[in-house]
Design a protein around this ligand. Structure first.
Ligand code: SF4
Length: 343
């Protein structure tokens, strides 16, 4: 399920592009019947004891303080619809009286814990958005990764959410065991067909103490390199722009305890690396080997930031090239709008 990004009370309220304010409450692995091979939500969502009464009080304050604005209280980090009914009801009813037309709940859950009765309950409860931890739609990848559902079950869960008129978000994990260029294409086909409202991409990393760690120690699994994971997320970005699906997150939280990561493409500025890769792709189309490439300030920061990682990539892809920092207008005039509009 979508992991935590922070526990600071102020930092928790994240303003998204849609202007919807989100107040996340983390329920690490609660409602999960088993631990997925790569998962340690206690690590990702912080292993401090969480005071749920306090969180609910803070959520009430959040709902009241932003009255009239689009806002959601999000229950993340576990299988919300796998929680026993009494617990689900208690969490919802503690806050439901504070909702207005602009406020709703958002939950993350597992595809096997979605059916018509559950989606009906979600609608009645004020839940507007469901994020499904699908991880991969490909049958072979699901099998190799120990997921206990089929492609058909994953697709059915997505359709049930859409059919109920709820907003559908899906989490995918590039680089799962068994994934391949073909499975990437299969996933993209599903994302387009299912008309997702948004996508999260969390390239797989190997966390100490997980089943995947054991598999990796036996030499039976190799995660994507950082450059491969960035390239795959850039492919997703280009694909999603074409088909009109929003990507709201790429890469695991920057605040993760790095000492528990034993392998895999984690980077604290993963999203920036994806932007740098996309910029390099544009520059490749526009520049011959041995060119002097003019960059504006923002583009310069992408190429020179993160220890010049993408300067090295750029010079590998456009041999003999050099970069030069110029005023935005010059770069714009010379390169056209597509690059200056690059986000
Ligand atoms: S369902 Fe999500 S939270 Fe639960 S164990 Fe699997 S990945 Fe972790």
């Amino acid at each position: 399920m979508p992991p935590s990004s922070t526990h600071s009370d102020i930092e928790r309220i994240m303003k998204r592009k849609t202007k919807t304010l989100i107040f996340p409450i983390f329920l690490p692995m609660q409602g999960c019947r088993e631990r997925c091979i790569y998962c340690d939500q206690n690590l990702i969502a912080s292993d401090e004891a969480i005071d749920y009464d306090q969180q609910l009080e803070l959520a009430k304050t959040f709902l009241q303080a932003h009255s009239g604005k689009a806002r959601q209280v999000a229950f993340y980090g576990g299988t919300f619809t796998g929680l026993e009914q009494g617990k689900r009801d208690a969490l919802i009813s503690a806050l439901k009286g504070y909702l207005d037309e602009e406020a709703s709940f958002r939950i993350s859950t597992h595809p096997l814990f979605i059916n018509e009765e559950i989606t009906r309950w979600c609608k009645e409860s004020g839940i507007k958005t469901i994020e499904l931890g699908i991880q991969d739609f490909d049958e072979a990848v699901l099998r190799a990764s120990g997921r206990n559902y089929t492609t058909e079950e994953a697709v059915t869960a997505c359709k049930l959410v859409k059919d109920a008129g709820l907003e559908l978000g899906v989490q995918l994990m590039p680089g799962l065991p068994g994934s391949s260029p073909d499975s990437l294409i299969f996933n993209q086909t599903q994302v387009e067909r299912l008309k997702l409202d948004f996508l999260r991409l969390y390239p797989v990393i190997v966390i100490r103490g997980t089943v995947l760690h054991q598999i990796w120690l036996r030499g039976e699994y190799q995660p994507l390199s950082l450059e491969e994971a960035v390239a795959q997320c850039a492919d997703w970005q280009q694909f999603c722009e074409r088909v009109g699906v929003k990507i709201i997150k790429m890469g695991l939280p920057s605040q993760m305890d790095q000492s528990s990561i034993v392998a895999g493409p984690w980077h604290p500025a993963f999203g920036q690396l994806v932007q740098a890769e996309l910029l390099v792709r544009i520059l490749e189309q526009q520049n011959e080997p041995d060119s002097i490439i003019k960059l504006d300030k923002k583009q310069w920061a992408l190429i020179m930031g993160n220890k010049k990682m993408y300067l090295e990539v750029l010079q590998r892809r456009i041999p003999g090239s050099r970069v030069e920092l110029v005023k935005s207008d010059t770069a714009k005039a010379e390169r056209g709008n597509n690059i200056t509009n690059f986000k």
